[in-house]
Write a protein that binds this ligand. Structure first.
Ligand code: MG
Length: 217
């Protein structure tokens, strides 16, 4: 079973990979999307996981794979109908990740009203850093993070700018699905998404806590 790792080397089996779309207004606008009245939710298969240190290979069936830097939540204690006030108690850890997206396939899927699975779920499309324990990030709603590509800042995230905050997202997902220990939640990307090229060097940073590097093969 696929697993993630904490910075101390301990591993945790991954259950489901939930992803939230359009959770930052500026990113929704850059793709010409409306902000929806409820979160946009999609899933990736666990075969999409790619941990820091593994080579990132772009799929041959896309000519336009975009990076989407995101804060990733690891659920430690599952539940159903979790109250927003209790939601963060269900979190075991945090990481930074890349929700890689075959934008060309996604654009066609959107036009046809088809699912995004082929555009969002390919091998390596769920990149993730090592995790830090939840206690290391006591105010995740105020966290900031960034993605540099080849030394240039591409994306800057500020969780205070999320349309749906972490407690709401956990409560909302637990209303629709039974959350399980080992579930991951990719919480949406800020503006600045763009295509990756062979040889790109990516650096994800959550200052003082996470510094992760990925290289496009
Ligand atoms: Mg995303």
């Amino acid at each position: 079973m696929p697993s993630i790792h904490f910075q101390d080397g301990s591993a945790r089996a991954v259950a489901n990979i939930f992803c939230i779309g359009r959770n930052y207004a500026a990113h929704a606008a850059e793709l010409g999307n409306q902000v929806e009245p409820e979160p946009v939710v999609f899933l990736k298969p666990t075969s999409a996981l790619l941990e820091e240190g593994q080579p990132l290979r772009l799929p041959a069936f896309s000519q336009d794979v975009h990076h989407e830097a995101e804060l990733v939540v690891l659920i430690g204690q599952g539940g159903k109908h979790i109250a927003p006030e209790a939601a963060l108690q269900h979190v075991a850890g945090y990481a930074l990740g890349l929700d890689l997206t075959a934008r060309d396939l996604q654009t066609v899927a959107k036009q046809k009203g088809l699912p995004w699975t082929l555009a969002k779920g390919f091998d390596g499309s769920a990149c993730v850093s090592r995790f830090v324990p939840a206690a290391a990030l006591p105010a995740p709603g105020e966290a900031t993070f960034s993605l540099d590509v080849n030394g240039q800042r591409r994306q800057s995230g500020d969780c205070r700018m999320m349309i749906y905050d972490l407690p709401f997202l956990i409560a909302y997902l637990s209303d629709r699905f039974t959350l399980q220990a080992g579930d991951l939640i990719y919480t949406g990307t800020p503006a600045g998404v763009a295509a990756l090229q062979a040889g790109d060097q990516l650096a994800l940073s959550l200052p003082g806590l996470i510094d992760a590097r990925f290289e496009v093969a």
